[in-house]
Design a binder for this molecule. Sequence first.
Ligand SMILES: [Fe+2]
Length: 206
Amino acid sequence: MPTIKSLFVTRLYHGKLAELGPAVDPDELEASCFSIAEDDEAGQEWCEENGFPGYTSYASLTDLPWRFPIFKTLVAALDAHVAAFVTDLEFDLEDRNLVLEDIWINILPEGGIHTSHIHPHSVISGTTYVVVPPGAKSIKLEDPRHAMMMAAPARRPHCREELRAFVYPGPQAGDVLLWESWLRHEVPMNMDEDDRVSVSFNYRWE
Ligand SMILES: [Fe+2]
């Protein structure tokens, strides 16, 4: 019998924030995201000037974990999730560590999208989900080998998830997704009248 196996795999980590590390109060995290967004005038201006739908703290607040204790606790929990993913990935970090590079809030209103992108200069990227209204579409992950598939046929509908060109993991509030930072992803349009709230982050090798 021939053997067929998967090579060069892309790992995706999908867990519950509460499963590892210190407890993060979900209500406090949600309230903090909204109050920080409301107070961050520089961030609001940046979003307006750059045509960014809703709010992100990415360009204006680089010190969330130092300013807000709930974010310090959140980072401690994320550190534990990232460590678990590093174990799965069998990374040899030598005597160095993966450390948080940046962490930011995203509030995506109805009609908002985040177009396709990667996170250069980092090793692990991810998002933890704070509010996911029913009409908010899942993050979309893309096969990194698309550019090489010039003449490849499309896959059958409902083919195995590992064979699909696009994957929609469907994270819910309280979930954590982690991936390697080279993995291209986008957030399709929020079709819900309520905001989709998430906190995204990058880890670098230090
Ligand atoms: Fe991203």
